[in-house]
Ligand binder design. Structure first.
Ligand code: V47
Ligand code: SF4
Length: 392
């Protein structure tokens, strides 16, 4: 028995709350938690108890390995036909003079800025612009891939895809296959928010619903695309809505195995129609990560997205179940800075990411989008790290 295992076993065996003790024993036996047990953890578990269990699971799955990648975003537009109340970023089409819309040339020019740099992924996501249709994006993807075939294109949420496919009058499968043929390789996790209609109707009434979101991801998995999943937490939802959300994801993952990473997204209340809703505390954020790690037993990875959470809290999350910290970003996303995140110009060099991970005694591993290892920074010498750091 390792020292860490014996510590967590002692914590569970001496737990005075019999229900929490039983849940702890189930975790240590790698048994699945029920819906009610998930809710109970949110209601009753201290951060130290849930956190220690989640950290144990994380170390069983990944040891100290902590993944990051070298990536940048393209946000084609912030003009959007939808009006989610939590969104600080979008502008309605009627007010489009206040927003931005990139041409396909401008998007390819962003990609060209990274010529000669070892970035491996472009993440494309934005508002739903009525004139940026399926053919427009197929063309953008083709141009990006023809300029840089090795760059992984991860892009488009079911919100964007559902709108594009309906407008083009194609089925989800047909639409996704066309995008895949153009070079789209995986889907990010956005647009999920909270699946339950009680909450969804209050925060994002007019966009794709839970069934539509899950259908698009299921179809992507069926044609061989891996995807991520998010959950926007810490606003008006109750704990059981969070478990309901994760339950639906867990069920789909049982069916397809196509999800890579779960990313809880902390609601930020800057300058949006929900600014009166207070933000969650850091303790609640860490409990969220820990309980996600415990509940989603079939998701390989749990990510703390540092531009949203702030780099210090993302670093802290590495002790509460998280094993991925996203990437370099290079100040290419505005979604969170416009919502009031402390990261007003989100950019981290590889060196900074490596240091952030090493400071909490974890093992920095650069990955590609699909978690193939590019470099383990515990295994390379300092000189090599210095060379790398200058590249990005
Ligand atoms: O769906 C919008 C969220 C998401 C706010 O897959 C907000 O690797 C908090 O999904 N407060 C888009 N969150 C971003 C996204 C994402 C980000 C990073 C990595 C990946 C991945 C996916 O941003 C939206 C919405 O849930 N969001 N406004 C806000 N005020
Ligand atoms: Fe549009 Fe997305 Fe903002 Fe909703 S979250 S208003 S779909 S950009």
């Amino acid at each position: 028995m390792t020292e860490k295992a014996s510590t967590v076993e002692k914590l569970v065996s001496t737990c005075q709350n019999t229900d929490l003790k039983r849940i702890g024993e189930k975790v240590l036996n790698r048994q699945r938690l029920s819906f009610d047990e998930g809710v109970f953890l949110f209601e009753e578990a201290s951060l130290s108890y849930a956190g220690a269990l989640a950290n144990w699971v994380r170390e069983q799955l990944h040891g100290d390995k902590t993944y990051f990648n070298r990536n940048f975003h393209i946000e084609p537009t912030n003009i959007c036909v939808f009006s989610c109340n939590f969104c600080s970023y979008s502008r309605l089409y009627a007010h489009r003079e206040e927003g931005w819309e990139l041409s396909s040339k401008e998007m390819v020019d962003i990609v060209k800025k990274y010529d000669g740099q070892p970035v491996t992924e472009v993440h494309i996501v934005g508002g739903v612009h009525p004139k940026m249709d399926l053919n427009f994006f197929i063309n953008v993807i083709k141009e990006i891939k023809s300029h840089r075939p090795g760059l992984h294109v991860k892009g488009f949420t079911p919100v964007e895809l559902d709108y594009m496919f309906r407008k083009a009058k194609v089925s989800t499968e047909e639409g996704l296959k066309r995008m895949q043929a153009a070079g789209l390789q995986s889907l990010p996790g956005g647009g999920a928010e909270i699946f339950h209609p009680q909450v969804r109707q209050q925060i994002c009434d007019d966009k794709v619903d839970a069934e539509g979101w899950l259908h698009i991801h299921k179809t992507a998995h069926a044609i061989g695309m891996q995807t991520n999943a998010t959950m926007l937490y810490g606003h008006i939802e109750k704990f059981w809505h969070r478990i309901d959300h994760m339950e639906r994801l867990r069920q789909l993952q049982d069916e397809t195995g196509g999800f890579n990473t779960f990313i809880p997204l902390k609601f930020r209340n800057g300058d949006n129609a929900m600014s009166n809703v207070p933000e969650s505390s850091v303790v609640e954020d860490m409990r969220m990560y820990a309980i996600a790690r415990l509940y989603l037993d079939n998701f390989p990875h749990l990510k703390a997205y540092w531009p949203m959470l702030g780099r210090q809290n993302a670093q802290l999350a590495l002790s509460f179940g998280v094993n991925d910290i996203d990437g370099t970003i290079d100040d290419t996303t505005k979604i969170y800075s416009m919502a009031g995140s402390e990261e007003q110009k989100p950019t981290m060099s590889t060196k900074e990411l490596v240091n952030l991970i090493k400071q909490v005694k974890r093992e920095p591993v650069e990955r590609d989008t699909l978690y193939n290892v590019i470099k383990n920074y515990n295994l390379v010498n300092t000189e090599e790290q210095e060379i790398d750091a200058h590249l990005n």
